[in-house]
Each structure stands twice: as C-alpha cells, then as structure tokens.
Design a protein around this ligand. Structure first.
Ligand code: C2E
Ligand code: CA
Ligand code: CA
Length: 697
C-alpha cells in the first residue's frame, strides 16, 4: 500500500492519516497499550499499528503498514476477495473463541483473542470513514500457564488416587507408573518402567501369552485378576484396561487402572461364611452340608466307594436347656462341636444340623469300625460347663451311600430314622438304617393321637417290677411301670410313648392315672401279702412342675389308704437342675409328709454327687448301664464303688437297676449296695402276678 506511508503515523502531513493530528499524549497511550492495536480500512489495508502489534505479528511497523488484514490471519480466517471489512458488533469485547489465531512473520499461528470496533472520526478526510480498530491480545502465555496447571492437576490426581495406574506402550512395556502402583506392587516406579506388564499380572489369571495380545483382549473391560507384588504375594485387583491413542488415531499403548479388592473379597467371604456356617459352633450348616453330601455321593458313585452319613442327637439335651438355661446349653453344643472337630478326619465333614443335632459325612465307610468307639469316647467324656459337671451321651443314626440312597436330603432322613431307632433302643448307641425302620418313624407321628385315645379307652395298664433287698433277698417293694397294649399299634413300650406324653403334656394325666392305679394295686397286694410294701412311681419333669401335683399325690395316698412313707417318687437329675422352679420346696413339701425321693437313672445325667447334696434325697438308683458293664475286673466298677460310698456318706440308700446276673448281685452286695432290681429277680409283671413275685402265695 504505497499510498499509506509509514511516516504519517508519526504525525506527518498526509491527509489520509487519521491520527495525523493526534496529540503526542494520545500517541503515547496507543503505544503503551498492552494489546496489539491494528486499524484497517474497509479493504482490509492496515492503517495504523502500535508497538505490541509489531511484536505479536513479528513484522516491523513499516512492513505492517504495507500489509492487509488477510496477511495477518491464517488462511481459514481470511475474508474472501471483494468482501469489505466491517466491525462485527458481537465482537466488541475481548473474549476467547475457538481457533482464533494470528499469523506471525515466521508462519506460526499465535492464539489470540480479539475485539473490534468501528472508528468514527470527525472530519474524516477520506470521506469513507470505514475504519475498523482491532485490539488483539496474545494468548500464548496464558494458554501455556493453563496447560501447565492442567497437567499439574492431572499429575497430582494420578499421584493421589488410591488406584494403581500403569501406562504401557503398544507392546505392553510399562512406560509410567503412579504412586498407587508403587504402593500396590511394592516396587518403585523406576523399577517398573521397562518391564512387561505380564510380570505384574498373576500368571494364573493370564489368558494370553504375550503382553500386547493380553492387553488388547482386556481393553475396554474391567475384570478381577491378580497383581504380583515384589515379595511374590498376589494381590487380588479389579483392573480396567483402556487404549491410548495418538492424535492420528493410531494405537500408542494402554492404560491399566487397578485397585486392591482384598477387603471386598474378605467381606464377600465373610458373608459366604455366614450363609454356610453356624455362628455358634462355627461348623458348616445345613446348606453347606447338603452341597457337600451331594458331591460326596457323586464321588462315591464314580469311584465305586461307600460313604457314611451319621446323624448325632444329644441324649437328654432338653434337660440341660430346660434346667440350666440356654446359655449353658449353647456352651455344651459348642464343646460337643469342638470334640467332633477334633475327632473328625480332614476328609470328613462335621456340620451342625440344627438344635442338638449334628451330621458327619465320612467319605470312606471302611474307617467306621476303627473310629466308632473313639467317637463315643469323645462324646461321653465328662465336661465342666459353667461350673456344672456334665456327662453327655449321644444317639447316632447311620446311613450308607450310595446303598441307602443318592439324594442328600433322603440320606439325612434315613440317618434320622436310624437315630430314632437308636433312641428307642436305649440311647447312647449307633444304629444303622434299615428300610423297615421308616414305618416306625411315620408311626411316631400318629403315636400322640393314638395315645390320647388310649388314655380315654383305658388301653393302658401298670406292671410291677420287684425291688429286692440285697442282704436278705426279700422283695421289699415294686416299681410301677406303665404299659400300653394298643388295639391298633400292638404293644408300645414306655421308651416310645412316655416321651410323646411328655412332649404333648399328656404325661400329667397319664402320671396321675398310673399313681392312682398303682396305689390301689399295691394296697390290695400288701393286704394279701400281709406286710407293707414300698411303691416306686416314676415322675417326669413336666409332671413334677405341673400345678397342684403335690396335692394330687397326697390326696391319692389318702384315698387309696397307702402310707406316704410307702411311696417313693423317682425323678431324674434334670428335674433337680431346673432353676426356674421351686424344686427344693416341692421336694420338702412331699418329704415333710413322709414321701421319699429317689434319683432315677443316676450316673447318666448331668449332675455330680456333690450337687445332689443340696436336695432332700433318700435314694440313688444306679443306671443299668453301669450294672451291665459290671465285670469284676472292669474299669467301670470303681464308679459304682464311689457312688455307693459317697451316697452312704450323704445318708442315701443305693439301688442298682438292671441286675441280670448272679455275679452282679454278688458284687453289689459285697460293695454295700442296698437294693437291686432286674431280670435276675423278675421283669415287671401284671398286678395279678405281683403277689407271687413278692414271695407270697
Ligand atoms: P426306668 O424308670 O429306668 O425303668 C426301668 C426300666 O428298666 C423298665 O423298662 C424295666 O422293664 C427295665 N428293666 C428292669 N430290669 C431290667 C433288667 O434286668 N435288664 C434290662 N435290660 N432292663 C430292665 P420299661 O418298663 O420299658 O420302662 C422304661 C422307662 O419308661 C422307665 O425307665 C421310665 O423312665 C419310663 N416309664 C415307665 N413307666 C412310667 C410312668 O408311669 N411314668 C413315667 N414318667 N415314666 C415311666
Ligand atoms: Ca424308674
Ligand atoms: Ca431307671
């Protein structure tokens, strides 16, 4: 633009220079403005620039004044030829806009923001007056500062997030690692860089051999895997892999972001444990048992092996719970669980089935003969719980698989059936399942209703077993034992129907009926015999606790004419240990009237002799389990000796039950045992035969 000479800005005489008359002060302001100022005319010709414009565009002022606006802009921003330059009213203020740039003398683009306005000059010599003032601000340093801040932020985020971040190249070689990765892997970033990421991954979880294939396969998804720490330990992690791409879209590498999921897995395991284990004994529960058993059965079938399911039920456990409280019951169960755990092989599974029932799965039946007695030894060993000396015993039912079934639930059912058979056969033993047993179990269900009917229709009767004084051999009394001859079920033993009566509460009526009938029978028999007899009557816990029971006993005696001193009530230790009831008061009330109290089945229960001294008791009946094993050389004999000595020291008499052999009687007599009862003398007989059994006519 030769017609716009350089010197005119300096205040020359050119008529076209709008600033020709600008006072020096104003000129100085323009020069000092920190933005680049460029005045152009409607054709885009540069008419005025300041010092900052020279710096920004990289052209000396003289050159700039020969240029047009298009020369100062990158191609994409230029105004097409023929169009006139105008000030866009929306661009009056400075403000960043995408892609705005100035073209520098060296060809580089300089990011700028720009404000434009129309210049209205009075006395415009040009007459056109289409001058546009552009204020241009160089954004280079602002953008640089911002980029620096952003990358610092990014860096500090990478440094502080609790994730491991590993960046790799396309081949999976680590190029960067953040502090999270250092902490997780226990290695310095410097030692990680250059290694293949496959060295970090747990080889067990690797699904591809080489790193790049592995990363390519995992890219875009999150998965659980393991990272190998410097010390060799494998940390479970959740890892997400994403691709890093260059500007042009080509693959640059991968970013693997992972976090430690140990705590989560532990929580999951704890939840799993809670759903598969019994919290009180810490044994597997029914759920896990059924899963395990199903698997054991499948393996047994596959290997042609035989396995065993044992169902254990503690004997008389209800007594413990009822009398000592549930917390003691819980402690007993925990102790039993501990003993079972100790007894069991690693291969076996011991589970708590519920209540006082445990199930053991033994995968090889061949071990049974050698482990069975050991199992009973473990479980019948005395235990001291909460200051109570207790002795447990168990009834066990066994079923074999696959012989008795291949379904877990069915096998457990069979073992349960066999367990009931063990209970009926006298407890503290193991019975194997037989198919005939099922009928009995089903029958148990209807037993209660049949018994209710039996009470109404008088199907019950009382039998009498003689009790003999050992010194003289004389029958001094009888124990009354209930009998049931059912029209539909045949003979049902008291071991079966007494527990049902107890559970249903019928025992109160049944017991009262037995007492009444027995008192009548004995009164008649002793009249015929010509000398008084003693009558032993069994009293079950529920009956003992029932309201008005003492009165029932006393009024029955009165009505039948039997002396209270002739009546001996047989109660079990469980009755004594019931702390909720005024046991001692009840016993005293009876004893004050002359009735005597005997402890039945002594030795099998849960109490110690010392414990018994707290109660007014006249007699101990040593359970037949001790008498049965009474071989003179056997280790069990001293127990009887101890009972006799201590009972006598405490002023109690001792009766031995279940005496079947003369040697047993001899032994007992020699040891000072007072009385005996058992098949050696007589089984329980019908009342019409009692007289003869007592040595009468
Ligand atoms: P228990 O009170 O221990 O009665 C003794 C049991 O041992 C009786 O069985 C008796 O027949 C049996 N027995 C007696 N001598 C011998 C012997 O030398 N060898 C063997 N192996 N057994 C012998 P039973 O009559 O079957 O009674 C079983 C249980 O039923 C009784 O045990 C008692 O706990 C309960 N029971 C019987 N009648 C009544 C009753 O009227 N009321 C209550 N509450 N329970 C009763
Ligand atoms: Ca008895
Ligand atoms: Ca007994």
């Amino acid at each position: 633009m030769p017609d716009v000479p350089d010197d005119r800005f300096g205040g020359g005489a050119g008529s076209a220079d709008p600033t020709a008359d600008t006072p020096a002060q104003l000129r100085a302001v323009i020069e000092a403005t920190p933005d680049a100022l460029v005045v152009i005319d409607g054709d885009g010709r540069v008419r005025l620039v300041n010092r900052e414009a020279e710096r920004l565009f990289g052209h000396p002022r003289a050159r700039l004044l020969t240029m047009s606006a298009n020369d100062l802009l990158p191609e994409r921003l230029r105004l097409p030829a023929g169009r006139r330059w105008r000030a866009n009213p929306t661009r009056r203020r400075l403000g960043e806009a995408d892609g705005l740039a100035a073209l520098r003398s060296d060809g580089a683009e300089v990011p700028i923001e720009i404000a434009v306005s129309e210049l209205e000059l009075d006395g415009d010599a040009d007459g056109g007056g289409e001058l546009v003032l552009a204020a241009v601000r160089d954004l280079t340093s602002r953008i640089a500062a911002r980029t620096r801040a952003e990358s610092e932020l990014r860096r500090s985020m990478l440094d502080s997030i609790p994730f491991s971040v590993l960046a790799t190249d396309r081949d999976g070689l680590i190029v960067a690692a953040n502090p999270g990765a250092e902490a997780l892997l226990g290695r310095a970033a410097a030692t990680l860089v250059g290694r293949s990421i496959t060295e970090v991954h747990d080889p067990a979880g690797a699904d591809a051999a080489d790193a790049s294939a592995l990363l390519a396969a995992r890219a875009g998804c999150e998965r659980e895997t393991g990272y190998v720490r410097a010390d060799g330990a494998v940390v479970p992690v959740s890892e997400g892999v994403s691709e890093l791409r260059n500007q042009d879209g080509s693959l640059r590498g991968y970013l693997a972001v992972a976090h430690d999921i140990t705590a989560r897995l532990q929580a999951q395991a704890a939840v799993h444990r809670m759903t598969t284990h019994d919290p009180m004994t810490n044994l597997p529960n029914r759920t896990l048992l059924e899963q395990y058993l199903a698997q054991s059965v499948a393996e047994a079938v596959a290997n042609g092996r035989t396995g065993v399911v044992l169902l254990l039920d503690l004997d008389h456990f209800k007594n413990v719970n009822d009398s000592l409280g549930h917390h003691v019951g819980d402690l007993v169960l925990a102790e039993v669980a501990e003993r079972l755990r100790r007894w069991a092989d690693d291969e076996d599974l011991v589970a708590r089935f519920g209540g006082d029932e445990f199930v053991i799965v033994i995968n090889d039946a061949r071990v049974m003969p050698s482990v069975e007695s050991n199992l009973f030894d473990q479980l019948t060993m005395a235990m001291t719980v909460h200051g109570h000396d207790l002795a447990t015993s168990v009834s066990i039912g066994g079923a074999l698989f696959p012989r008795h079934g291949t379904d877990a639930a069915e096998l457990i059912q069979h073992a349960d059936t066999a367990m009931y058979a063990a209970k009926s056969a006298g407890r503290n033993q193991l019975q194997w399942f037989e198919h005939g047993m099922r009928v009995q179990t089903n029958e148990r269900m209807s037993l209660a209703s049949a018994l209710r009917q039996a009470l109404r229709e008088e199907e019950l009767s009382v039998a009498y077993q003689p009790q003999v004084e050992l010194d003289t051999g004389v029958t001094i009394g009888f124990e009354a034992l209930a009998r049931w001859e059912s029209r539909t079920l045949g003979t049902v033993g008291p071991e079966r129907f007494i527990p049902v009566a107890e559970d249903t509460g019928m025992i109160v009526d049944l017991g009262a009926w037995v007492l009444e009938r027995a008192c009548e029978d004995i009164a008649r028999i002793q009249a015929e015999l010509g000398r008084p007899l003693r009558l032993g009557v069994n009293v079950s816990p529920r009956q003992f606790r029932s309201r008005g029971w003492v009165d029932t006993v006393l009024s029955t005696l009165e009505r039948t004419g039997l002396q209270p001193s002739q009546l001996e009530l047989e109660i079990t230790e469980g009755v004594l240990m019931d702390e909720r009831w005024q046991v001692i008061d009840t016993l005293r009330a009876l004893r004050d009237r002359g009735v005597s109290i005997a402890i039945d089945d002594f030795g099998l229960g849960y109490s110690s002799l010392a414990y018994l001294t707290r109660f007014p008791i006249d007699k101990l009946k040593i359970d037949r389990a001790f008498v049965r094993e009474l071989e003179p050389d056997e280790g069990r004999a001293p127990i009887i000796d101890a009972i006799v000595v201590m009972a006598h020291a405490l002023g109690m008499r001792v009766v031995a039950e279940g005496v079947e052999k003369p040697e047993q009687a001899t032994y007992l007599r020699n040891r000072g045992c007072d009385e005996a009862q058992g098949f050696l003398y007589s089984a329980a007989v019908e009342p019409q035969h009692a007289l003869r059994a007592a040595g009468g006519a």
